[in-house]
Ligand binder design. Structure first.
Ligand code: SF4
Ligand code: SF4
Ligand code: SF4
Length: 386
């Protein structure tokens, strides 16, 4: 098949040495002995991929990029896996969805051009936004997660409110898109390029209409998707793409914030998309360290070795996912930190979900906070305005 040959060529899979370093470092392989990135590459190269393509193993990879850190041949495994998924999707295979496929359905509904959404009902009166300006905040799927995961007490919309509060504190009144759609990240990684492109085209058109010069993201997946994937499919973007931590730490603002104090020990969980995918390890840490009295304690696996949160793109949440999540929570507890901070709403959701497993009897309980809300809560009270 041409697409498979192309995927092998483009991702350097031909250079695979069959060394197994990927499998030895893969968090999924650690708990699910049936899954091996080495075997996946070898099978596809030998033309035996079809057998694997029909199993759940096609959807097991978390695209966490840990294997790529260790591969001596620079095989781009996550892109290889993504392309192979696309090939088998075209042949009728489908991803194993968590939550009955609710999120996949939602994303596909969002591709409808005439869809009307009430996306901004959550905007509190004290938050300042503009109809026109240079800066736009891309909210992403936070409003949907907030409704869906009410029972987990993970209030993802507070991340959106906090991001705007921080931007206001920096003297920025961001624009928001009333007709924003999912960035398409999950469709892309499930090999559904057609729906990814529909969502992306819609968002790009809306942003073009807004004439924004900078688009700011609190979500690492949206950030990665706009920064790497949109240009790959649609050419150079006409606006700058920034993560909130870059906006705050990168000196791009004329009004840097001085943050208050928090006399607590915290540990930071690097979301794969922000860390290994985009190399943003330090800006979130610098941001945390700029909170007075806060002590940052690193987990055993941190920065480029950080463990994934165990589930990706709402696919394949299984026993291995739970074991990865528990391992991560155990590492966080071992630091003695009172708070586990992450910058990704999905990491927050998945880790909270694992923590609430009744079989654990609360043994892995730890307060999990989102970076933006922690920072916004440390703003001087004049800028916090709750
Ligand atoms: S680490 Fe790289 S070279 Fe080694 S088996 Fe995995 S893909 Fe092949
Ligand atoms: S990207 Fe992560 S989950 Fe996928 S094969 Fe590599 S290490 Fe395993
Ligand atoms: S970890 Fe929990 S919230 Fe995340 S996909 Fe699995 S079941 Fe859903």
């Amino acid at each position: 098949m041409d697409e498979i040959a192309e995927a092998i060529k483009q991702t350097k899979a031909y250079y695979c040495l069959d060394c197994g370093k990927c499998t030895g470092n893969c968090p999924v392989s650690l708990f699910d002995k049936a899954y091996s990135p080495r075997v996946m590459v070898k099978s596809v190269i030998l033309g035996e991929g079809e057998k694997l393509g029909k199993t759940r193993l096609l959807w097991s990879c978390l695209s966490c990029k840990m294997c790529e850190e260790r591969c001596p041949s620079d095989v781009q495994y996550i892109e290889f896996q993504r392309r192979i998924r696309g090939v088998y999707r075209d042949l009728g295979q489908r991803e194993f969805c968590s939550h009955g496929g609710a999120f996949q359905s939602l994303m596909r509904i969002m591709t409808a051009p005439k869809l009307k959404q009430n996306r901004l009902g959550w905007l509190d009166k004290d938050l300042s936004v503009s109809k026109r300006g240079e800066d736009l905040y891309f909210v992403g799927c936070l409003p949907y997660f907030d409704a869906f995961f009410e029972d987990l007490n993970v209030h993802t919309l507070n991340t959106a409110r906090s991001t705007i509060r921080i931007m206001n504190g920096l003297g920025i009144k961001p624009m928001l898109l009333e007709n924003e759609r999912c960035c398409g990240h999950d469709m892309l990684w499930a090999g559904d390029e057609d729906n990814f492109k529909r969502l992306a085209e819609h968002n790009l058109k809306e942003i073009e209409k807004s004439r924004a010069k900078r688009v700011v993201f609190s979500c690492p997946e949206g950030y990665r998707t706009f920064k790497l994937d949109y240009p790959r499919y649609f050419g150079k973007l006409k606006f700058e793409v920034l993560h909130l931590s870059e906006l705050m730490a990168g000196g791009s603002s004329q009004n840097p914030l001085s943050l208050g104090r928090l006399n607590k020990a915290v540990t930071y969980h690097d979301p794969c998309r922000l860390g290994r995918h985009m190399g943003l390890y330090d800006p979130p840490r610098e941001l945390l360290k700029s909170i007075g009295d806060l002590e940052l304690r690193e987990m055993y696996h941190n920065k480029h070795t950080a463990l994934c949160c165990g589930t990706s793109a709402w696919m394949n949440c299984d026993l291995a996912s739970k074991q990865i999540q528990m391992m991560r929570l155990r590492e966080a507890k071992q630091t003695g930190a009172q708070i586990l901070v992450t910058a990704c709403p999905k990491c927050q959701i998945h880790l909270t979900c694992a923590m609430k497993d009744t079989h654990l009897g609360g043994s892995l309980d730890i307060e999990i906070r989102d970076l933006a809300t922690l920072v916004a809560d440390s703003l001087p009270s004049s800028k916090r305005k709750k």
